[in-house]
Write a protein that binds this ligand. Structure first.
Ligand SMILES: [Zn+2]
Length: 236
């Protein structure tokens, strides 16, 4: 199971070791709600730049927004961690996460993560996922997230944006949902790192870009059959 975190969504994919996609789920993050509270705090502080620290009423108003931010993220991270770990347990999955420390090392601006939120929220979600997964005796692996949302999972070519949340490869004809592509790349990084004897040359089935991962509309089998040969390994 590989998990991609970004501003709007948490996307997870469960894949077999020979590259068959068996589950795809997407959860909305409460980021926009959190950001709204943060904007309120900044607005209040901006309106009373000198006095907000010393006026009880103002301080309390700020505190209320702060508390909402904390409880929202706490509840969300806990629920999601539990849910993900339960699903991973059901499939006896290894849980593959992005190494957020690597993300910082890479140093480059990462558009997936909103600057105002920083990495704390993602860390908290990961912490809960890890904690719950360990409790269930599952293995957790962290891989370098570099290139997971810019590299074609089929040929290794550069991906360019192709409409809202959709990426397209310039070299081959691969087109995929941004978040799903990231989970496939994370999975591939895990597989290439841990299977020394090489991956069987099995094709990886990816859903159509217009297919919504959560509760995939239409014929599920049809979506699953839309096979793109992502398993022809590329050098990462
Ligand atoms: Zn390609």
């Amino acid at each position: 199971m590989s998990i991609d975190l970004n501003f709007d969504n948490v996307t997870l994919a469960v894949l077999t070791l020979d590259g068959k996609l068996i589950r795809l789920k997407r959860f909305k993050t409460p980021h926009r709600r959190i950001l709204t509270h943060r904007i309120w705090i900044e607005r209040i502080q901006g309106r009373y730049p000198r006095s907000w620290r010393f006026t009880k009423g103002i301080r309390e108003a700020i505190e209320r927004h702060g508390e909402r931010i904390r409880s929202t993220s706490r509840d969300y991270a806990h629920k999601l961690g539990d849910l993900i770990a339960e699903l991973a347990l059901r499939f006896r999955s290894v849980v593959v996460l992005e190494d957020l420390e690597k993300l910082r090392e890479n140093g480059k601006k990462n558009r997936r993560f909103n600057k105002r939120l920083g990495l704390w929220f993602y860390r908290r979600v990961q912490f809960c996922v890890e904690y719950e997964a360990r409790e269930r005796g599952l293995e957790i692996v962290k891989v370098d997230p570099r290139g997971t949302s810019s590299k074609c999972p089929r040929c290794g070519g550069k991906l360019v944006e192709n409409g809202y949340r959709v990426l397209r490869c310039r070299k081959c004809s691969f087109i995929g949902d941004r978040d799903v592509t990231a989970t496939i790349n994370l999975y591939k990084k895990y597989v290439s790192r841990y299977s020394r004897c090489g991956v069987p040359g099995v094709v990886l089935n990816a859903p159509k870009p217009d297919e919504a991962p959560s509760g995939m509309r239409g014929n599920r089998d049809e979506a699953m059959k839309n096979i793109s040969s992502c398993m022809n390994s590329y050098e990462s």
